[in-house]
Design a protein around this ligand. Structure first.
Ligand code: DLL
Length: 432
């Protein structure tokens, strides 16, 4: 079950010594970049005496990355760079991430480690439905899968009927897919007369790149008849392959021989005691082209206590709750979109998609939730639909502490995109 037994199961004290050596080497490399040359000027040449001393160093945020565009974070001779990826931001300079040949090799190996740990083997057929190109989901997984030696179909996202044709005729056993797209794709099965559990050979899905609740995971598993593993990553660290669920699906092992995690209070920036929820901060331990020190991911999670029975010693993070900048404040009440998803998905009549809109009405915030229904429920009587609507309002109110306006809509009527799902529209202007 282990791709790299000694690294994955390294005894904790040894792992921490290993991390300290790697962190000091990473700091030395980082200082060759214009940004860290300045930001870390006061760091002694001998480096850090302990991992805790990292706490004294400044954070790196997305705004620094943008300000450093295009080469402010490059720590190697440009000739050493073999690839660039860019993350999916929409405003300002893009954030670009450079890779040396060594970075690519490490990344491939991490993906192979993740896939292998869930039981993917050479005999599998792997259909990669994530976007190829600047986004890291497609290419990142592609090379990892080839490294493992599994036949890889680089189909990318979209063109749903063709996806299903490939699933069926090539006997695909493993897919990599956005959770929102997995649910959308499922909408095509009835029309094609396909029962995925009966007619397809799927046994494993890797889902990630966007927040999703446990209920969505279970729904995907149920529809397709497979096991869906949560995969977390971000372009700034490499892409997918930063943290990954093992067979036990009880949190995501963060690969600590490549990344050093800290959890901070997103407001004060203070380090939080182990086990508390806050913003994940990562330091790269091996990256060459663009090492990042104390990078604020914006993602909210916590480190789960205790070792995992799978035998891996790398600590686990909890499923990402959202981004610190995702939080909605509705008439003073704070809430996260994932709470809405969790509540909706626990109601059996609710279908595969939903949308959240917030706007100002008479100076007050109005939270509106559009909810797709299941095919059979949608054809119910008006009285049944009214009863269901009242139930959805009541359950959301109980979870959120605010009362939403709920609109029940037809199955497959809400917009879907080929990329990451956009489910929250804050229409309050600058004040939201
Ligand atoms: O989304 C890398 C990736 C590709 C991960 C494929 C997993 C699978 P970016 O486009 O840079 O990279 O977006 C990174 O997406 O900071 C999180 O906010 C979010 N994210 C990624 N994975 C998860 C996940 C890729 N499993 C940003 N659960 C991150 C929740 C996730 N959010």
């Amino acid at each position: 079950m282990y791709w790299e037994l000694s690294l994955e199961t390294m005894e904790r004290r040894e792992l921490e010594r290993h991390q300290l050596r790697l962190a000091n080497a990473s700091l030395a490399r980082a200082r060759r970049s214009p940004h860290y040359g300045q930001a870390l000027a006061r760091l002694p040449e001998t480096g850090l005496a302990s991992l805790r001393a990292l706490e004294e160093l400044p954070f790196t945020g997305k705004s620094e990355l943008r300000a450093g565009f295009p080469y402010g974070f490059l720590a190697v001779d440009p000739e050493e760079v073999v690839r660039l990826h860019s993350s999916s931001g929409t405003t300002g300079n893009p954030t670009v991430v450079y890779h040396t040949r060594g970075d690519i090799a490490d990344w491939e190996n991490l993906i192979a480690r993740c896939m292998y740990s869930t039981g993917v083997r050479k005999k599998d057929v792997f259909q990669n439905m994530m976007g190829y190109g600047l986004f890291t989901g497609g290419i990142g997984f592609h090379y990892g899968a080839e490294r493992l030696g599994v036949m890889t179909i680089p189909i990318g996202p979209g063109n749903s009927k063709r996806q299903i044709w490939f699933l069926q005729h090539l006997g695909t056993t493993v897919i990599h897919i956005l959770p929102s797209y997995a649910l959308h794709l499922a909408g095509y099965f009835p029309e094609l007369g396909i029962d995925p559990r009966r007619d397809l050979k799927l046994r494993i899905a890797f889902i990630g790149a966007e927040p999703h609740s446990e209920a969505i995971r279970r729904k995907i598993e149920e529809i397709y008849g497979l096991k869906a593993y949560n995969s977390y990553g971000l372009s700034e660290m490499c892409g997918p392959g930063v943290a990954f669920e093992c067979l036990l699906q009880n949190g995501l092992h963060l690969w600590e021989d490549h990344f050093y995690p800290e959890i901070i209070d997103p407001l004060s920036g203070r380090l939080l005691p182990e086990g508390e929820e806050g913003e994940l901060v990562l330091t790269t331990l091996k990256r060459e082209a663009m090492p990042l020190i104390r990078y604020r991911t914006g993602d909210l999670t916590r480190i789960l206590p205790g070792p995992c029975p799978c035998g891996r010693t790398h600590r686990r993070i909890e499923r990402i709750k959202g981004r610190s900048d995702d939080m909605l404040i509705i008439n003073g009440v704070n809430l996260f979109p994932i709470q809405i998803e969790k509540t909706l998905m626990a109601i059996p009549a609710v279908g595969r998609n939903y949308l959240i809109e917030v706007r100002k009405v008479d100076h007050m915030d109005r939270l509106e939730v559009k909810v797709e229904l299941n095919e059979d429920v949608f054809r119910g009587t008006l009285a049944e639909l009214e009863k269901l609507q009242a139930r959805v309002v009541a359950e959301l109110r109980a979870e959120l502490g605010v009362s939403p306006v709920v609109k029940l809509v037809e199955p497959s009527s809400l917009p879907v995109s080929e990329g990451k799902a956009r489910r929250v529209y804050d229409l309050r202007g600058g004040l939201g």
